[in-house]
Design a protein. Structure first.
Length: 124
């Protein structure tokens, strides 16, 4: 996970959602302290935070997501090539976001809660 990978993921996420966060909280890994990363965020008017306060709670959720992906999809199949692996991951992420009911969300899907918020006009 180098700076270039992180920048591509950041740009893709903002392009696909049309949203730009007001603040971006990361750890202090070299990819997040690089001039390219910080410059990209600041160039978009995003504040950078690397204070670490409360980070363990953020990690709980992402670690749970990766664990679910590994146990529910990745360990169940063998893959012939990278495009096949990417296809399985894309299929699982779509299922996870659009069809899988989440107990902590009142048995709603993440997309059913996120989509209405994403469609709201930005605050002036």
């Amino acid at each position: 996970m180098d700076t270039g990978f992180c920048l591509r993921a950041l740009r893709r996420a903002m392009a696909s959602t049309g949203r730009v966060p007001g603040i971006f909280n990361t750890d202090q890994g070299s990819q997040f302290t690089s001039r390219e990363w910080v410059g990209e965020l600041e160039g978009r008017g995003i504040r950078v935070s690397m204070d670490g306060r409360g980070r363990w709670m953020d990690n709980v959720f992402i670690e749970r997501l990766w664990r679910s992906l590994k146990y529910e999809r990745l360990r169940l199949w063998s893959y012939g090539d990278l495009p096949e692996l990417e296809g399985h991951i894309e299929e699982w992420v779509s299922y996870y976001n659009h069809r899988r009911k989440h107990q902590t969300l009142g048995y709603a899907t993440p997309w059913s809660l996120y989509a209405p918020a994403a469609e709201m006009p930005a605050a002036a």
